[in-house]
Design a binder for this molecule. Structure first.
Ligand code: ADP
Ligand code: MG
Length: 410
């Protein structure tokens, strides 16, 4: 058998050196840009809850997107990315608008646009990015890019929102996260819910971020699995999820229609137990497609409960007992929300069969990554088993990383 592929994180100095070198190559050696970076994230539990005003529980990954940026006096934006070979892309800040920017530069220019829309003094800039966050793998390379741009513009134009690395300003970072969400929703055209940007900008090292999407409030929940002899194994299935943009929007639309039918502002208002039973009865009577509405709502409401249950376990130092919650989350996402795929199911099932305490898909679904809670001594064994299961099915080889809770954009 072969050694399973590992996705290594760069050190901060390595990432900074890479973008400084790329900046010099693209914009001239005399220039002296500033350098910043922002993490990808992995969500422990609370999937497809953010746009329902629910709870989620991501951690920031040690894997980061790095940026070197120099502010300009005019409104020209010039961009290059190590992940997107080709000529330097050029656009004007004044020309950025919904529908006007195609491709990856929308994630960058969109952040500048959203900050300017708030009346903040942002102008043009030259910037390059390089990243070790797996691309399009459900680990939020998009929010890592947006958040890196946000803290870079905050510092370069003196917006004063991010605070210092020693003392991050959470209120200011909430404003930056909202600008990143607008960039992704309105300029890049991806109708995602906001968890990713908060994770990248507001998480803390050694903590999971309990994010309440109803009011954007957060609580930092201690998260140190190594102390319990456990590890969080992330499996990047390498299954593409690019053709399913419409599926995400469809899930969102079904949830919003259900909330309207129930006469609530968001599904967060549906309480578990009797509240859920009454809501499902009402949806059965009043929905166009009752079976679908019932299943989607049952996922959202039960998933929010599972977030609370996992937080309770972590607070009590009982992470060893979290496996069944991860398993239940996966079953709900597969059967009720219908956002899993065969690669994710195989990753989850083969990890469990090799001794993982629990496993589930993470992120939006239809590909991307799965997570498994694993005894530290069993990590290699679980990786082997998942890699072998993929090979046996003829899937592309998966990639692995062991996630720890790292620090936010800075
Ligand atoms: P995920 O966020 O799960 O990685 P998305 O589809 O949301 O997947 O975001 C991936 C997209 O974000 C890429 O196709 C690209 O447009 C943009 N992107 C992310 N990181 C970079 C980067 N380093 N350079 C250029 N574009 C990037
Ligand atoms: Mg994304």
């Amino acid at each position: 058998s072969t050694t399973p592929t590992q996705v290594d994180a760069w050190s901060l100095p390595e990432g900074e050196a890479r973008v400084r070198q790329l900046f010099a190559a693209r914009f001239g050696a005399g220039a002296d840009p500033g350098a910043w970076s922002a993490p990808g994230r992995v969500n422990l539990i609370g999937e497809h809850t953010d746009y329902n005003g629910g709870l989620c529980l991501p951690i920031a990954l040690p894997h980061r997107t790095h940026i070197a940026l120099r502010p300009r006096e005019d409104d020209l934006i010039r961009l290059a990315s190590a992940q997107e070979p080709g000529a330097v892309r050029e656009l004007r800040l004044a020309d950025v608008a919904p529908g006007a920017v195609a491709g990856w530069t929308a994630y960058v220019a969109g952040v500048a646009w959203a900050l300017a829309e708030r009346g903040l003094p942002v102008r043009g800039f030259d910037a390059v990015v390089d990243s070790c966050v797996p691309y399009g793998a459900g680990l939020s390379s998009s929010a890592a890019l947006e958040a890196a741009v946000a803290v870079a513009l905050d510092d370069a134009f003196g917006l004063g929102l991010a605070g210092s690395p020693q003392e991050p300003d959470d209120a200011g970072r909430t404003v930056l996260a909202a600008a990143c969400v607008r960039a992704e929703n309105e300029i890049a055209g991806a109708p995602t819910g906001g968890m990713d940007q908060s994770a990248s900008l507001r998480a803390r090292a050694e903590h999971a971020l309990l994010l309440d999407c109803l009011d954007s409030s957060v609580r930092h929940v201690p998260f140190d699995l190594a102390a319990d002899g456990l590890a969080l194994l992330v499996v990047d299935t390498r299954a593409a999820h690019s053709l399913v943009d419409g599926q995400y929007a469809a899930r969102r639309a079904t949830c919003e229609a259900a909330a309207r039918t129930l006469g609530v502002a968001s599904l967060r208002e549906v309480t578990p137990g009797d509240g859920l039973a009454a809501a499902l009865a009402r949806l059965t009577e009043a929905s166009e497609d009752p079976d679908t509405a019932v299943r989607r709502v049952r996922h959202v409401v039960s998933e929010i409960e599972r977030v609370e249950a996992l937080v309770e376990l972590l607070d009590a130092g009982r992470a060893q007992e979290a496996g069944p919650l991860l398993d239940a989350s996966h079953a709900s996402l597969r059967d009720d929300y219908e956002v899993s795929c065969v690669e994710l199911d195989v990753a989850v099932e083969s990890a469990r069969a090799a001794g993982a305490l629990g496993a589930r898909m993470t992120g939006g679904g239809f590909g991307g990554s799965a997570i498994a809670l694993v005894d530290v001594e069993r990590v290699a064994q679980v990786e082997q088993a998942v890699a072998q299961a993929f090979a046996a099915r003829g899937f592309a080889p998966p990639a692995f990383l062991v996630a720890t809770a790292a620090g936010p954009a800075t």
